[in-house]
Design a protein around this ligand. Sequence first.
Ligand code: BV8
Ligand code: ZN
Length: 254
Amino acid sequence: MIEFQLQTLLEARHVVVFTGAGVSAESGIPTFRDALTGLWSRFDPAALATPEAFRKDPALVWGWYEWRRSKVLAASPNAAHLAIAELARRVPKLTVITQNVDDLHERAGSRDVIHLHGSLHAPRCFACTRPYAGSLDPLNEPEEGRSLEPPRCHRCNGKIRPGVVWFGESLPAQAWREAMAAAEDCDLLLSIGTSGLVQPAAQIPRMARARGATVVHVNLQPESVEGDNEFSLVGRAAEILPGLLGGGEKKYCE
Ligand code: BV8
Ligand code: ZN
């Protein structure tokens, strides 16, 4: 049996915490694949999360994102987000790199979070790319499955789009540079709640391992791991992360 202990965590010089939708699941935010439950289930997320979908039917895409944003506004950070913020206070250096478009890491107290796929809270003009200066009215609670006309840019009257990275769009160059630099510098990377399907984000844990870092996966599903510096912790992030900090020893086989 291989043990991964709190000690290994706290001896690290630079920890990277790399998160996917699974870290927000216990805050009630559906993961990307689950995001199409209920009245959205008739749509394919990968098809909706594209510039083509927005060009074709801006109100449908804007309605989906406003529904997701309203769920984020109504949600709270969970014990996993809070444990990650606490960990940053106990190690010399910690970098959070997230694929998520919610702000739950920030609301849990994490700082300088690197958002590889943008944010629901940074709407911008689809035409001139200027940030949207208007306030998005959270009061008109978007109905699930309903289209919603996007607001218009104050400068060029273009349609406002969500500030996320769609499939087929490049990742923000600076975020990607910072994420690669952190992955190559860290000596421990915690990969939490990600299926590792989406590129190039899925390269981040691999980059860390290639530089000799220890990589620990936290997921409901076991991760196939190799070598003696890769581990798979199976379970809920909101239980495992506080457990790690609480000093609980985790025993599990490779
Ligand atoms: C680009 C923002 C190039 C939008 C997102 C063929 C092969 C390889 C790659 C490609 C290909 N064809 C196209 C590509 C590229 C494409 C891609 O990767 N496609 C995949 C699907 C095959 N990538 C892109 O297009 C990227 N851009 O490549 O640009 C380029 C180059 C030059 C010039 C122009 C372009 C851009 C990708 C960004 C897409 N945007 N998000 C939005 O949110 O609406 S990605 C989106 O899906 C999420 O952000 C998330 O990162 C990702 C996956 O979503 P989920 O599955 O929900 O989340 P996750 O994977 O994290 O899975 C949840 C996990 O949590 C599960 O494992 C589950 O077990 C676990 N879990 C659940 N509950 C818990 C838990 N774990 C612990 N505790 C729990 N409680
Ligand atoms: Zn504009």
